[in-house]
Design a protein around this ligand. Sequence first.
Ligand code: ADP
Length: 436
Amino acid sequence: MRPGLTWFYELRLLLLAIIAGTGLGWLAGSPLGGFAATVSGALLVWVWQVRKINRWLDSPETTPPESFGIWGVILDNIYLLQRRNREAQNRLASALDYLQDSLASMRDAALIIDKRSAIAWCNESARSLLGVQFPEDRGQPILNLLRMPEFHAYLDSEDYQYPLQVLPPQEGGVCLEFEVSRFGDGDRLILVRDVTDRIRLEEMRQDFVANVSHELRTPLTVIKGHIQMAIDNPTMGPDHLQRSLAQVDAQTARMENLLTDLLWLSRIESMEHERKTEWVAVDKLLETLVAELRPGFQDREIELEIRTGYAVMGDVKQLHSAVSNLIINALKYSPAESPVIIRGFIEEQGYVIEVQDNGPGIEAGHLPRLTERFYRVDKSRSQATGGTGLGLAIVKHVANAHNAELRIQSEVGVGSVFALVFQPELVRGDSTETLQ
Ligand code: ADP
């Protein structure tokens, strides 16, 4: 029933009771007594109803007492409000559970701190990333646990518009990014992620741009110098001019090689995850390569020792480029009188294509960085031989694209062996012998 109507009925009932009570009092000779008795009775009923409601409100989880009239409506409304409130609380609690569950399974560390910056909750990743444990560290001030001055200043500043990056104090440490958002009554949610890889990639990108610019600037400067000289000396003799033009030609070729290698490298990278479907016959590949290289290195001894009849699953153009880079390096970096040996054989790990030289060898400290773009052990020597500094980076990417391993063994004063090791499942033997 609508509250207005209930009031109307309640008032009507009261008035009727008063009229009836006063009438009965009048019949009994005391209308005022009848009136007073009716009002007192009504008041007593009201007080009794209020008492019932009050007792029920003390333990609201019990069912509400039976009531009538306006009191019944009041009780029903309180009960309804209570039920809605409980439902809203349940919804909020399950939303919070859901939120905590999702934060708990995140790879990023998530922490909730209260307005005094004390830890209220944190997920499992906070333990591995920050060493904060839950529930052990509940109530601990976060600033006591994370001893990073930059983070302290950031948290105190209360300006969380941009995330904060904290670089590790020493090389090899972890770089962290903090993001803070406010909610509730001064509570804050802190998300912390490990951005070491992202920062390293960004550094690599910047280094790469700087390196390419540097590699291009050197030949450009030489070319510009020769052109300027020709402009400044209109009477320059034909011999001198020829020598200048030969230099310009050599530097242009160097720039062209660099751009070709860069484009090729980026193409291999983009195809790295493409499935290979072609069987490449190793003996044919190596024989072709030696035949192609021999005219350029006529005075060099190139030996080929190969277990014939094997093929690897791969991309013939990429394999050709990788092995050719290894052979050219072996020839470039070893004395003219020493031989370069190319082998193809089977071992436990798979099929191996290796190139061995008796060059100067490479110090162990350089080996981990050798396949980085533009990394050179001896810069002047490498530039004198016309290398782009991308050869081994290409080999490494070709190896990755073929699930193969690039193995480098080198001893200073003895020589180097660069090998590509192909997994047995990607190798096919001849009709009489297979690896699988
Ligand atoms: P580059 O164009 O300079 O040869 P690479 O990526 O092919 O570039 O090789 C990187 C560096 O590794 C070379 O500059 C050289 O210092 C070293 N290196 C590569 N192969 C050999 C080798 N067979 N013997 C000695 N040093 C080598």
